[in-house]
Design a protein around this ligand. Sequence first.
Ligand code: ARG
Length: 604
Amino acid sequence: SFDLNMGISTATSCSHLSPPLGTVKHQISKLVKISLAKCFPGDACIEPLVAICTNKFGDYQCNNAMGIWSKIKGKSTEFKNPNSVGQAIVRNLPQSEIIGSTSVAGPGFVNILLSDEWVAKSILNMLCNGIGTWAPVFDVKTAVVDFSSPNIAKEMHVGNLRSTIIGDSIAKMLEYSNVKVLRRNHVGDWGTQFGMLIRYLFEEIPDWEDANKNAIGDLQEFYKSSKRKFDADEAFKKRAQEAVVKLQKGEEQYRAAWEKICEISRNDFSQVYKRLKVEIIEKGESFYNPYIEGVLKKLDDLGLIKESEGARVIFIEGQTIPLIVVKSDGGFNYASTDLSALWYRINEEKAEWIIYVTDVGQSQHFDMFFSAARLAGWLPNNSIPKTNHVGFGLVLGDDGKRFRTRSSEVVRLVDLLDEAVSRCKQELTQRLENNGKISEWTDAEIAETAEAVGYGAVKYADLKNNRLTNYTFSYDQMLNDKGNTAVYLLYAHARICSIIRKSGKDMEELKKVGSIVLSHADERVLGLHLMHFAEIVEEACTNLLPNVLCEYLYNLSETFTKFYTSCQVVGSPEESSRLLLCEAAAVVMRKCFYLLGITPVFKI
Ligand code: ARG
């Protein structure tokens, strides 16, 4: 009963539209590049400088004129000021459906307004062909994201949780950008501490393998006790050191105990990954052990390894201490493993971007071994392969100190996550009872929603901050349904879905035959915000800052609210176009949720 042919013909039917290639900025840059080549044929290749516009005269702007003017000033007869350079850039822009209009500001900035029809068409095209058509383009084919990476025989702590949440989001954003991502769990499963722990278990806890459900908690206790014994008892220390040698030589009994310890820890870690729906492949420190000797030989052949106080080290310019690669007792360490892992990732796995997600406390370690790799010629300057350390700050409790439970123990992550879900469930049930809707919900729906909201809240509270800052963990704050929280955003999304549901329209059909017209100013603002999605993902990936995507998502929900307040959707003459805009907003919101590791909800 609604008008299927409403709107302009260019924006209907998307089957023959080619998907946009990369970001809007990228597409405009291509046009500017052509123009610059025409304006300055002698100048081999001037890089286009295009950015999102910050004033009301444009959606995008080209900032090349000033720079070009300063180079040609006094030498050119054709141009008399930067403004005339800007004018020339405009004149030579190729014909394109992207551009609605242009203007040149005083000092030569070129303001570009996008064509409303093109924005509408691009959004419809995204709805028909999927949001993959908006993916940004990177010059990297394969990336390693080294994240989570807890230590075996210790419980996962909030630091590992931050790494898991941030790393997963970065991996997802890169995957969306068509980068092949190797998700790596670089677990701490190797080193002298295992000799100590195994000896202790053999000697003191004959039935350690039978330890039941809380095995990981026990392991951590055993680990602490073994350390105490190691420090206090010379003879034990000696036996522990012998145990390391036996383990590293692969002696059956020791190997089996080590396997068992890893398995107990792994089972515990996997509970967290399962709750958070995080995929990750374990390639722990032990995996790289067989490569260490060969890698150190390569570094030695390059003359990089020196003798220092009995240890073998690499001196790094600008660092007060050298990077130790062989300890004075002849053993390998964290750095020798990381150098080998880097070598393996570059040469065997062909990774072009290797990203490490740990607390900022480890930045010196990363700086140093990256520098060593640069000295070895593995990491060229300003080119690929490249590495980044993605550091993050602490999680604090209400007291402003490191987050702990009341008994001042390290917080068990599963407990922390379960608590968020159970609080959500309580609140949801209460709300549904209050508004008389509880009969419309099955128990399973309530449980699923509580999980999505609870885990989503924990993740979003972490991701929304610039990762370098410390943040305070507070259930009350993260579960608030107002303000910049996952709860608010998930509900905002569900509300859009319910607008669409209540219209009773078949959206699949509407996508095929309908059209989008941006007639109201707030429709245009929303449309443009949607078009910025790819640029935001690109920026978040380039700077490895998931909070950029959170900010975008929050602004999107605000922009949508503004649109919905000023534009009637259901029952208006513009209904079908506006429903398509609602759908597009919901699709983009869902993609944001997905990239942040959050499961959307559709009903509230
Ligand atoms: N296991 C380490 C820790 O808990 C993190 C490992 C990070 N990855 C790496 N390649 N160093 O601190």
